[in-house]
Ligand binder design. Structure first.
Ligand code: PMP
Length: 426
């Protein structure tokens, strides 16, 4: 397998000319494709269409007799708490189901902690400058929460096992102003990495200078498999309790990519102390969650088996789109090798690494060809990819045919950007 650097000057120039022509042909086609955000496709939303008829007229009592049409029940219905307890493998008594967005729960946690401090805090987090560790590449909206509220972000590199733990352990041990860490531990956004048992154990056990250090464990893709293998993630709540740090994990999940994105359910679990603390804060901002939506979800998804069946149907729609992107990249970008990409076993994204200095240019060329991508750098704190090499590909929303065209267009744009850079560097 050759590299661009192996090519002679004339061969590199010839390749550049050829891919420029291919790119120009793409531009002429006037395509309009969006590979920017991890949204479910309409056919995926159709899988939960029954929700629009549920719970049904006259069906308004939860299993404990709660009238879901009325106020109250801040922690959620017993059946939806039990469902998320199964999904997350935790005690249902420590699960809260509320609202339609796990991101808003994470955001609220951070804001409440800044204003009031968490159960182990000597003072509110906001009294002094604080920092969060951010494994990179990561989820841009996590980083936006920090940016919005003035929390300094420290990037931490990721490898195939999760965040590089020697670095994480060193940082949290010596700096008491590091109060938190963002993690997407399973089928990570955007790399697809699943944190290894050893990484989870070290996160749970590590010594932190801050007594009120928290791991924001965003398990957004907990049941979102792209292969028949259902990879298991080590349970952080149990690991932290066993390591003597029961209040360290803040675990979030939602059905945004199970049922309806923005019309689903969000859940939080942690230690009893953290759950009580969060419910106490929540009780000041709402009288009760949307329990009608919870009952409707409980009827559609009575147990974990029902969730797995639904996710299998999602997989049948999603997996071919991922395969198309990977096959196109393999055909176009392997020889000469101009990029590396992830082949995730779950989640919503493929992470594409180009030669340094090429990501922005590739996104710009893709845009000229009518393909909207997540902006280069988005997966890094302050939107700054120090090497300008990473792009996030979101193949879920466009149709299979559109994904095929977009993958070609992105590959051609990557080739133009990489050959352009290689020529300039000679
Ligand atoms: N976390 C991650 C890692 C995500 O990728 C997404 C959606 N793109 C969310 C959270 C948003 O979840 P929700 O709809 O529950 O707010």
């Amino acid at each position: 397998m050759s590299q661009l650097s192996d090519l002679s000057d004339p061969d590199l120039r010839a390749l550049h000319e050829r891919v420029r022509e291919e790119h120009a042909a793409f531009v002429k086609r006037g395509l309009k494709l969006n590979m920017a955000r991890g949204k479910p496709a309409p056919e995926q939303l159709d899988l939960s269409e029954a929700l629009l008829r549920l719970p049904g007229e006259g069906e308004h009592a939860a299993s404990d007799g709660t009238d879901v049409r009325n106020y109250g029940g801040l922690a959620g219905l017993p059946e939806t708490r039990a469902l998320f307890a199964q999904i997350l493998d935790v005690d249902p008594r420590n699960v809260i189901v509320a609202g339609n967005s796990s991101l808003s729960m994470m955001h609220d946690h951070v804001v409440f902690a800044l204003l009031k401090g968490v159960p182990d805090s000597p003072q509110p987090w906001g009294r002094e400058p604080i920092k969060f560790l951010c494994p990179v590449p990561g989820y841009d909206r996590h980083f936006s929460v920090c940016e919005e509220h003035g929390i300094e972000m420290i990037p931490v590199p990721m490898d195939d096992e999760g965040p590089v733990m020697d670095e994480v352990e060193r940082l949290v041990k010596e700096d008491a102003s590091i109060k938190g860490m963002w993690c997407v531990p399973k089928y990570s956004n955007p790399t697809g990495v699943v944190y290894s048992p050893d990484v989870v154990r070290r996160l749970a056990a590590m010594e932190t200078a801050a007594p009120d250090f928290r791991i924001l464990w965003d398990n957004a893709y907990v049941v979102h498999h792209l292969t028949e293998e259902r990879i298991e993630l080590t349970n952080l709540v149990t690991a932290c309790a066993e390591a003597g740090h029961p209040n360290r994990p803040l675990v979030f999940a939602s059905t945004s990519k199970v049922t309806f994105a923005g019309g689903g359910l969000a859940a939080f679990t942690s230690s009893r102390a953290n759950v009580d603390w969060f419910v106490a804060r929540m009780s000041k901002r709402m009288i009760g969650p949307d329990k009608v939506n919870q009952l409707r979800h409980a009827k559609l998804l009575p147990d974990l088996d029902a969730v797995h069946r639904l996710m299998d149907a999602h997989r049948e729609i999603l997996a071919p789109k991922f395969r198309t992107v990977i096959e196109t990249f393999t055909a176009k970008l392997s020889d000469p090798r101009v990029a590396r990409w992830t082949e995730p076993k779950g989640g919503y994204f493929i992470s594409l690494d180009l030669p340094p200095g090429c990501a922005k240019r590739c996104a710009e060329l893709a845009k000229e060809a009518g393909i909207v991508m997540t902006p280069a750098g988005a997966a890094f704190p302050y939107k700054k990819d120090p090497e300008d090499r990473n792009l996030r590909i979101a193949p879920s929303f466009p149709s299979a045919g559109e994904v095929a065209q977009a993958a070609e267009g992105i590959a051609v744009s990557a080739l133009v950007a990489a050959t352009e850079k290689a020529l300039a560097d000679r």
